[in-house]
Ligand binder design. Structure first.
Ligand SMILES: [Zn+2]
Length: 73
């Protein structure tokens, strides 16, 4: 195997890696859109984009759907 052949192989490998990277980028960009859950504050209607948030960022109202219940006991 001479040097030019080696360069040709490494360029092919780089192209494959770039292709995989591009594919993963596209995949990662499309997944959050599908799994994104938005909820609205029941008292002020503010849109809460983060599912893990227990309190409304605008009015401070406690959201009834999740972990917040354990705090009341
Ligand atoms: Zn609110």
């Amino acid at each position: 195997m001479d040097f030019e052949e080696l360069v040709c192989y490494s360029q092919t490998i780089i192209l494959i890696i770039l292709g995989i990277g591009y594919y993963l980028n596209v995949k990662n960009n499309t997944l959050p859109l599908k799994s994104k859950v938005e909820s609205k504050c029941p008292s002020c209607g503010y849109t809460i984009s983060d599912k893990e948030v227990n309190y409304c960022a605008k009015c401070g109202n406690m959201l009834s759907h999740s972990k917040g219940l354990s705090l009341e006991k």
